[in-house]
Design a protein around this ligand. Structure first.
Ligand code: FCB
Length: 452
């Protein structure tokens, strides 16, 4: 599919739409021990041999902690005026609770003021996976108390930043935090136990609801929501067994989180599949988990096609998604599935305002004469923004699109081996070089701001 002209693309969005870029604290900040920051589970995990490709850690990352003024100046120059970032809990509370670390607060004070000074609108995520290690030592998200510690941290952030920050996201991708972290063990804290993952997911969702209620109780007038990673699922054939397999995968990847947050219930299929839910997933928490939010954030990267497979232990299915068109992560590309997903959310969960809070692609970029011709990434982003326009034309209340990510950074278990940025990071010199996609996106935003 050819890349659509920036002005034609921009013309398809309402003037209130928010285009932006996204990032997360551990992936860009570095300064892991500076100004009293506590240890997070990602410090521990990445320092454990064999967990992250190349033994990479976020110790220095993009050194954004020291370079944020220049980074925001570049954002401004490119015309990106909405920025999704996350706060690091261990900078506020090095041990996850107890005494507030004033220097951590001061850092984000300066950072938010700098952003606002550049005319960039911040959207702050409270938890993008950097749990204070001290809390993990007490059971992490398996421990119900962690939900209340999160509530206290959120309350402090709202008190100090609720005037300047108009949009908050409680959690980023609780599926990844619980399933990748506690069931598959490929993310921090690296455990592999189904019951633990279930309980962790419940406590994360509980903490989300507690934070939403706290935000309302403080009387703020901005918006608060949660971001889920969603992966539309298709059955390989019309066969009832394959259809049932697709339902199981959908429950596992999507409805496990969508249903409690938006309907106040866990999918019945979960009990059928697991026997029963652990007692720690208390039913009386569900009304808190379903606290009314102002929007739902969606992180979208790929889709899945599945068929029934009796041999498979977890869900009795096999992933048969076509592999002929994939990114450097091996993630299959089909932009129309994003349009399907957005329509499905409206159909099944009502007309809640939606934001795409992450979407983007990794490719093995090369610098040639100071330029990065990342044509595949531009195509990926262009097609997905078009899919958003299509969904809006279908009647979906989509309010914004945040590209993942501003600059190349620490890609979790893949370390620095995968580049998702639209700005190239030279990790030796910390030089930033806008890739062709960054320039194309700048044109889209310029057309968007100046269109008739
Ligand atoms: C998402 C994460 C984000 C980034 C992208 C590629 O799952 O939220 O931090 O790593 O994937």
């Amino acid at each position: 599919m050819p890349v659509i002209q920036p002005d034609l693309l921009a013309a398809r969005f309402p003037s209130t739409f928010r285009f932006g870029v996204a990032s997360a604290s551990y992936q860009i900040e570095g300064a892991a021990t500076e100004d009293g920051r506590g240890v997070s589970i990602w410090d521990t995990f990445s320092r454990t041999p064999g967990k992250v490709i190349g033994g990479d850690t976020g110790d220095t990352a993009c050194d954004h902690y020291h370079r944020y003024p220049q980074d925001f100046a570049l954002m401004k120059k490119l015309g990106y005026d909405n920025y999704r970032l996350s706060f690091a809990w261990p900078r506020f509370y090095p041990d996850g609770k107890g005494k507030l670390n004033q220097k951590g607060v001061d850092f984000y004070d300066r950072l938010i003021d700098e952003l606002l000074g550049q005319g960039i609108n911040p959207l702050v995520t409270l938890y993008h996976w950097d749990l204070p290690q001290a809390l993990e030592d007490e059971g992490g998200w398996k421990n119900r108390d962690t939900a209340y510690r999160f509530e206290a941290y959120a309350a402090e952030v709202f008190r100090r930043f609720g005037d300047r920050v108009q949009s908050f996201i409680t959690h980023n991708e609780p599926w990844c935090a619980s399933v990748l972290g506690y069931l598959f063990g490929v993310h921090a804290p690296g455990l592999q136990d189904m019951e633990t993952a279930l309980v962790a997911s419940h406590h994360i969702l509980l903490s989300h609801g507690l934070a939403v209620n706290e935000y309302r109780a403080q009387g703020h007038t901005g918006q608060i929501g949660i971001t889920l990673n969603l992966n539309p699922v298709y059955a390989a054939t019309d066969d009832t067994l394959d259809q049932a397999a697709a339902t199981r995968q959908d429950v596992f990847s999507n409805r496990w989180f969508l249903d409690p947050v938006l309907k106040g219930e866990y999918p019945k299929e979960m009990e059928q599949w697991l026997g029963s839910l652990p007692a720690a997933m208390r039913a009386e928490d569900l009304p808190i988990i379903a606290a009314k939010t102002d929007f739902l954030g969606i992180n979208f990267y790929s889709y899945a096609v599945v068929k029934h497979d009796q041999e498979d232990k977890l869900l009795q299915l096999q992933n048969v998604t076509p592999q002929d068109h994939v990114t450097d992560m091996g993630w299959p590309i089909k932009a129309s599935t994003l349009r399907d997903l957005l329509n499905r959310l409206k159909r099944d969960y009502g007309d809640i305002p939606l934001y795409v809070t992450e979407n983007g692609a990794a490719y093995p970029d090369v610098v040639e004469d100071g330029r990065i011709h990342d044509t595949e990434r531009t195509a990926y982003v262009s097609e997905h923004i078009e899919a958003c326009a299509d969904a809006i034309a279908d009647g979906v209340d989509l309010r914004g699109y945040f590209l993942w990510t501003f600059m190349d950074n620490f890609e979790w278990a893949f370390g620095y081996s995968k580049r998702f940025g639209i700005v190239y990071t030279d990790y030796d010199t910390q030089e930033r070089i806008p890739k062709d996609t960054a320039l194309w996106y700048a044109d889209v935003l310029k057309s968007f701001r100046t269109r008739a």
